[in-house]
Design a protein around this ligand. Structure first.
Ligand code: ADP
Ligand code: MG
Length: 292
């Protein structure tokens, strides 16, 4: 069982010189089986250098992540699970473990039962059913504001990362978060978000330097863009879906936001969250106040 950074097998750092890049999904290792004594498991996803399992065992349900290089140029995805786990531990989350495996790092964290805001709003978005979106939006904003109040920035805000459940809303996937100490062996620079939720200043930075430093203001933009997309099905900035990533970023960097047609105070606050200039955006606490 690994409860923290452990010496890797062999001299190489995980994910930095693996012989080849393969696609997964990757199986649980013996170490994980010993740790969790699974009675069943379900593959949640395998993409972009990450295999995620929901594992059920005597100790409850856990999310298990195995990171591996997404491409020869994307070795850092191999480090993301351990990076995230060290952050979860700093935030006081119990039931968090990490270690290294043949292609990278892995992590274990408690499973949180909930539906993402994207999934939850699907019937509303497609016109099947009206839903009061404000309450859900407020719970997402509270989750983000809670993280910000602890001195952390998420760095990868997207609607799939807010899980709304019976016990409130949890903001997951802290693999790109910043705020405390991350062991140097697991750290890597931020190379941008999923562009749907990336702020204009982040896009500009990635275009000019290849990396960006996420801020609470870029998180707020991400939340605004995520709520807007979840409510309407439209990207907040109408970048060309099929263009190269750099071209998409050039369009985002210009900061021309679609008109926000969502009614009421939710629409107003989303419009403010999507302000092209970071200084013009409300803080996550302001968003909570506006919706509370
Ligand atoms: N702690 C968790 N509780 C419940 N579901 C989770 C948890 N962690 C991850 N998931 C599920 O796995 C998906 C991918 O996890 P995520 O942390 O976003 O990994 P990745 O780094 O590959 O993006 C999430 O969208 C969610 O459906
Ligand atoms: Mg994710």
């Amino acid at each position: 069982m690994s409860q923290g950074p452990s010496p890797g097998a062999g001299a190489a750092r995980p994910g930095t010189n693996g012989p080849l890049v393969t696609d997964g999904p990757y199986e649980l290792t013996g170490e994980m089986v010993t740790l969790l004594a699974p009675t069943s498991r379900r593959l949640v996803l395998n993409r972009r250098g990450s295999t995620v399992w929901q594992v059920t065992g005597d100790r409850g349900d856990h999310a298990v992540k195995l990171g591996y290089p997404a491409a020869p140029t994307h070795q850092y995805t191999a480090l993301a699970p351990a990076r995230e786990a060290t952050i979860l531990r700093q935030l006081g989350q119990d039931g968090v473990y990490w270690g290294e495996w043949a292609r990278g790092t892995w992590s274990v964290q408690p499973w949180y039962d909930g539906k993402s805001v994207w999934d939850l709003w699907e019937p509303h978005r497609t016109g099947k059913e009206r839903r009061n979106l404000e309450t859900d939006a407020l719970s997402c904003a509270r989750a983000l504001a809670g993280l910000h109040a602890e001195g952390w920035v998420h760095g990868d805000v997207q609607p799939a990362h807010f899980l709304l459940g019976r016990h409130g809303t949890r903001l997951i996937d802290l693999g790109l978060a910043r705020g405390g100490e991350v062991p140097a062996i697991y750290d890597f620079p931020h190379r941008g978000c999923l562009v749907h939720y990336e702020s204009p200043e982040m896009s500009r930075s990635v275009l000019t330097t290849g990396t960006a430093v996420p801020t609470s203001a870029s998180d707020v933009f991400g939340l605004g863009a995520g709520l807007f997309l979840s409510a309407t099905g439209l990207r907040a900035i109408d970048f060309p879906a099929d263009a190269e990533r750099a071209e998409q970023r050039r369009v985002i960097a210009r900061g021309r936001i679609r008109p926000v047609t969502i009614p009421g105070r939710l629409g107003k606050i989303i419009e403010a969250m999507l302000s092209p200039g970071p200084a013009d955006r409300p803080s996550s606490a302001d968003v909570c106040a506006a919706l509370g």
